[in-house]
Design a protein around this ligand. Structure first.
Ligand code: PLP
Length: 373
């Protein structure tokens, strides 16, 4: 009987890395630390993986959202449409350049309900940042129609959905730019912060390369004021080592999620989110809706399962955003999710035994609470 199902798989992910240590030693000898050759290699591999012309390495997923907004001239007083239930980083990227996030409620796919976007568009609206949350994707066919109608740039926050797809078209290839994170907790993870921007436009790519490196054309010429936001070349060495596994990581997560789905769906008190056939969901997070969520969470924790809630307090209700004057009830679907969502481990390093332990524990919680009544 498994005693513990851990949430973090990082010790396993980097257990057998003798070949990577050799590459890192070689790299350190080269001294090629900033914008070095391994970074260019990694950018090329990543662009190929996603199926875009350009990938630009930056120092975080947050900056991968911020720099494209900046490139499109979004700034003070402008409004940017995004999801009410995202991770704080999306909002941080928007507010850091002085713009105001305009939130849209989500639907049961955890992504924004695109039917609610149009009524929020006005003359101040300068961009749309759909968030492909938890491994799902926002309904991009609709987002792109609206973007065309109102001539708005679209920056996809694809930080949680690398290799996610709708209609066989990948996250980060629909909008004007896609933002990815390499944070240790993301599906493709390096040993520190890092991110990538994907795009197909040559001029945009050129501008983003300037923006991430102080606007330097070369060491003596500054063409615009940018940021220090390079992806460390040493992290690109790690990225080059891991990137061949990206597809199998997604496939394994999908397989684990299907197994959990087919078993958890038999439990009356658990409801699965919709799994549309034309979506490839990559399960950065595996989330279901649960009755008596708080008690179930507590029970799982006492049984050694590191279940979590992403997130108990939606970003729009956080004290840091009180200046937007939102109150509970403004985004009712987001609010109702916060009370019933629970996340279970679903990563590529889980054993079937551990998945069975999750299923049996959830099942025993509900049969126990039934007999308590
Ligand atoms: C992780 C994440 C980001 C960016 O994160 P960084 O930690 O800056 O790499 C942005 N949006 C979402 C939804 C995320 O999960």
């Amino acid at each position: 009987m498994v005693k513990k199902v851990r949430y973090s798989y990082l010790p396993q992910q980097f257990e057998n890395i003798d070949d990577l240590w050799i590459q890192l030693k070689e790299f350190v000898k080269s001294g090629d630390f900033t914008l070095g050759k391994p970074l260019q290699e990694f950018e090329n591999k990543f662009a190929k993986l996603i199926g875009v012309k350009h990938a630009i390495g930056v120092n975080s997923g947050t900056d991968a959202i911020k720099l494209p907004l900046k490139a499109y001239g979004v700034g003070h007083g402008d409004e940017v449409i995004t999801a009410a239930n995202t991770f704080v980083a999306t909002v941080g990227a928007i507010t850091e350049i002085g713009a105001k996030p305009i939130f849209i409620d989500c639907d049961d796919t955890f992504c924004m309900n695109t039917n609610l976007i149009e009524e929020k568009i006005n003359e101040k609206t300068k961009a749309i940042v759909p968030v492909h949350f938890t491994g799902y994707m926002t309904e991009m066919n609709h987002v792109m129609k609206l973007a065309q109608k109102y001539n708005l740039p679209v920056i996809e926050d694809a930080c949680q959905s690398i290799l996610g797809e709708i209609d066989n078209k990948k996250a980060g290839t629909w909008g004007d730019a896609g933002a990815f994170s390499l944070h240790p907790l993301k599906n493709l993870n390096v040993w520190s912060d890092g991110g990538l921007i994907t795009c197909n436009d040559d001029e945009l790519a050129k501008k983003l390369r300037l923006l991430r490196n102080h606007g330097l054309i070369d060491r003596d010429n500054v063409s615009l004021l940018g940021y220090n936001s390079r992806l460390d070349t040493i992290q690109a060495v790690v990225g080059n080592w891991l990137i061949p596994q990206t597809n199998s990581i997604a496939d394994k997560r999908i397989e684990n999620a299907a197994y959990l789905d087919s078993n958890l769906s038999k439990i009356n008190s658990i409801t699965l989110p919709p799994r549309p056939k034309n979506y490839k969901i990559v399960y950065h997070l595996y989330i279901v809706f649960a009755e008596k969520r708080d008690e179930l969470l507590e029970y799982c924790l006492t049984k050694g399962i590191e279940a979590k809630v992403h997130y108990p307090i939606p970003i729009y209700r956080q004290p840091a955003l009180s200046f937007l004057n939102h109150s509970e009830g403004d985004f009712p679907v987001t609010d109702s999710h916060a009370k019933k969502i629970i996340s279970f481990p679903c990563d590529q390093h889980l054993e079937k035994e551990e998945l069975d332990y999750i299923i049996n524990t959830v099942s025993s919680f509900y049969s126990k609470s039934k007999s308590d009544n």
